[in-house]
Design a protein around this ligand. Sequence first.
Ligand SMILES: [Zn+2]
Length: 538
Amino acid sequence: MGKKWMIATITILFTLLTIGVDTVSAQGKFSDVPNGSWGHSEIHYLKDKGIVNGKGNGLFGPNDKLTRAQAATIIVNAIGKGTMKINQNSSTYPDVRTNFWAYSSIERATQLGIFQGGQNGLFHPNDYISRAQMATIIARTFKLTGGSVSRFSDVGNQFWNTADIAALEMNGIVELGDRFRPNEYGSRAEFTTYLARALEPQFRVSNDGTVLFKGTVNVATTLNVRSAPNTNSSIIGTLVKGETVDVYGMDGEWLRIKYNGNAGYVHQSYIKQVKEPIKSPTPPTPIEKVIAQGKVTSATLNVRRGPSVNTEKIGQLSEGTIVEIYTYENDWAKIKYNGEFAYVSKNYLTSSAGSNSLKDLKIVVDPGHGGKDPGTAGNGLHEKDITLGVSLELERLLKDAGAKPMMTRRDDQFIELNDRAKFANDAQADLFISIHVNSSTATSANGTETWWNSTHASKESEALAKSINHRLVQELGMTDRGGKAGNFLVIRATKMTGVLVELGFLTNSNDAQKMKAADYNQKVAKSILKGIEDYYHL
Ligand SMILES: [Zn+2]
């Protein structure tokens, strides 16, 4: 075979192989998207319309990740190629050649403003898309709007595409739940299902379960319904006096309602609440805080969209650049880049953790028991005294570390468990740390254990419990009883990352001896502080 022919053949083969990922399967249903599975109707609806195809052999690959090229192709399949001319000789992106299988879809999606390249002008066609990116693609394609506040606990007001995720919530494209998992990769099933719901209102989910309250229109004549929470936005309809509306959320002084199935806004002063709240409004997500500063130690450091080398590179930092770090995810530091959250490898940052390591973190310290409730007793010790002594020392160390400690009690007074949790929730604290001391009828029982609860911030609480327990065991030479799941009220009812530490057994002579040492409070408080710093990877 001549060289030219060989290249041509390889190109055709490559094209066929790549397209093969999305070949039309035989008539019928995908065997890996069975009846009753999530997205079953939506996926088969788009299959029947020829918008998505299977992998061959009757399989859809619902849990497979989706590349940017695949997403662009599916979107263009859904909305049509249109009449815009695509230059067949010159690509917008250096990394998408004109003979690439998804070339024309990528060009079309770019013309429509649905996709854009990274800072270096590359498209990265084979990068996988995150769930957040998925939301932006769907919102842009269908011009979905509706709110600037997401009800998912992991989509804060400062997240780079909160408005797009909120639009999907408001328009019934995504089911509401605790978390949206914006930085995780999206799956083929998720993308296809959301797309079908955007295309076809019959598939939209009713998020009625999260109606905050019902209201009646309280105006002289008519009330304008607007497309966004301000008077500059367009009027999408009117309501008359006495009409009932379901209120789904609030943006400042504006209430989010549904109008003819779409998101709309009315000013709160014209809506009279007719029922007790079905569910109390979600408190605004606290603004993310800087936990440390870092200095770039390599000649250049890539800035990426997500915490993975597989995510889009959106820029580069040069050696010596100082960045503010918001959190760590495995080996990645979350920073802000051009006003958006982004990630860099933490291995090329020196951390400035130290005197200000826990800057501005609100940490509730909860000395167990108090007043009429002494807690447990033994070997001449009372739990309520030990917990207070340790907690006051911890308060001091946290202040030195730049944190904002908040105490549920600072003296010998009784406080209900519910009030302790409410105190932390009302303060929207970042961490909740309850201090206790154990006892047992078996005087041999000894050691330190730290409890976490799975109701809220489960993963985070487990990690914090383990790091604090580890430090206490290490620094005080305690028996390691572990960080474990438990159901104590204060850690179940607090909504933030929280733990309950059982420092040791005052019924055990060895543990009690340590508790009587003059430097006990200081040692324990230092260990807990180190455990917190470990948790934040400082
Ligand atoms: Zn206790």
